[in-house]
Write a protein that binds this ligand. Sequence first.
Ligand SMILES: Nc1ncnc2c1ncn2[C@@H]1O[C@H](COP(=O)(O)OP(=O)(O)OP(=O)(O)O)[C@@H](O)[C@H]1O
Ligand SMILES: [Mg+2]
Length: 487
Amino acid sequence: MADTAAQSLLHDVRLPLLVGRDRELAALRTALAATLAGRGSLVLIGGEAGIGKTVLAKVLLAEGVECGALALVGQCYDLSETPPYGPWVELFEQLAVEPDGPSLPAPLGINSPASDGMALFARARDALVAVRRPIAVFLDDLQWADAASLELLRYLTRRGASLPVLFLATYRASELTRRHPLYGLLPLLVRESDALRIPLRPLDLRSVTRLVADRYPLPEIDAARLVAYLDRRAEGNPFFIGELLHALEEGGLLLPSDEVGGAWELGDLARARLPSLVRQVIDGRAARLGEEVRDLLAVAAILGQVVPLGLWAALAEVEEEALLPVVEAAFDARLIEVADDGASVRFVHALVREALYEGIAPTRRRAWHQRAGEVQAAIAQPDPDVAAYHFQRAGDARAVMWLAHAGSRARALYAPQSAVDHFTRALELARQFRVAPSLSMYRERGLAHETLGEFDPAQANQEAALALARSMGDRKAEWQATLDLGQ
Ligand SMILES: Nc1ncnc2c1ncn2[C@@H]1O[C@H](COP(=O)(O)OP(=O)(O)OP(=O)(O)O)[C@@H](O)[C@H]1O
Ligand SMILES: [Mg+2]
């Protein structure tokens, strides 16, 4: 099955001919060759949205598979933060279905939990060692990874870990704020694991010329006009270039000519009148599908990159069948694709979802998020991170409770840093919304700090819990807090 996943990666993804990435590919191939010879490493591919990070990593992964490596993929999704170990859970699922696949403890697998976080990490490492052939691990969009996932990456790639694994990870450099867990981790990763950093730059004029020549057999003068047009507008961003070409084709300005021999022709680009932002180009494409389809796609964009049809229908308050023509139209317009299980769809690119999302008026967006939070809260097993995300975006006080749930879950899943962050955010919001914080938020945050070996904040939190218990006159909680403090 892991091989099947790799196969679909090779065949479904329609990998394009990469232009302007020869140097980067050479460096990646060197790292791959070393991995095939038993010496793994970590390569970090950074750059702006749409610059070509994912496709570059996938091209290398496909080459790795051809050379006999096992490809494992873990994706992070834009939900301000993925649930604890989200990408690794996805990745190890691909191993679990191998004939003699590992039986990993929760949350990485379905077995009973490990004794502590370190034991969990060691089991993850053992699972990779047990594969007994080179592995190419690909973690996409680390800017959306949770802190625990990053810690596991750090553990597995530390110098001396010496696994025959090539770890490829991508991230949007521009989205790393100082508060982001990856921001502080990047220099550590480079230091501790000798990671190779590959910053991707915009395509130069020569590369854009090659890209155009590869896709459209145009007369020389037309090709030059098109390249100049793309260069002016897309500033070397391959995603934007692709969107512009698509819009020109759709608008009938770039089309196969009547001549035999497969030639193409280019119309008067002054007539193109395409907007200057990639967001507007995508929004225009959705708008051409009609108001109803566009609105439903906007609702889907609220839910995230992967959209379960059931949730989408519930949020839009329509029958699931009513979504099928929308799915078909959006599929034809290359905005979404249907997931293998048929029960969900996904936007073809994170930037497509972001464009549709940005197109929703802020007040409507808040209202949709509020409903999405309620829909999530009402399902059989709500995901606390998802509910917390929507209620936060909605500016709804229920975010406090869901953040606390997410914090408890993170603690139970050996993700103490995420737990601390969640409780901290919950307490901040409680103050903002003037709702009373619960005692357990301090208590659990204190215990998470304790797990991290941060004893001063651990003590401060237990003292806050004790003070709160006293002020509430809750003798049992007071007793518990006294025990936690070891007094
Ligand atoms: N060097 C290249 N040559 C040709 N096409 C490219 C190149 N790089 C990227 N593309 C195309 O541009 C689009 C965007 O690439 P990709 O999805 O890899 O960007 P990304 O950096 O991963 O973006 P994001 O940060 O949003 O995930 C894809 O359709 C891809 O096929
Ligand atoms: Mg990407």
